[in-house]
Design a protein around this ligand. Sequence first.
Ligand SMILES: [Zn+2]
Length: 64
Amino acid sequence: MSRSRRHSHMRVARRRALQKVAIPHLVPCPKCKTPKLPHHVCPTCGTYAGRQVVPVEEAGRRAS
Ligand SMILES: [Zn+2]
């Protein structure tokens, strides 16, 4: 039996349809407009809720 017939195409297609592609929800940073995760410190400028939380150079390092 060929490898491609272990599961029918419909069976594979239905399974894959259930797997949602993990699209990270991103919001623009209010300061530098870089797309960032909501409720997270911006990795680019290190601000959160309008406050400087992490020094800029450290924020860049933490993201790497
Ligand atoms: Zn930012």
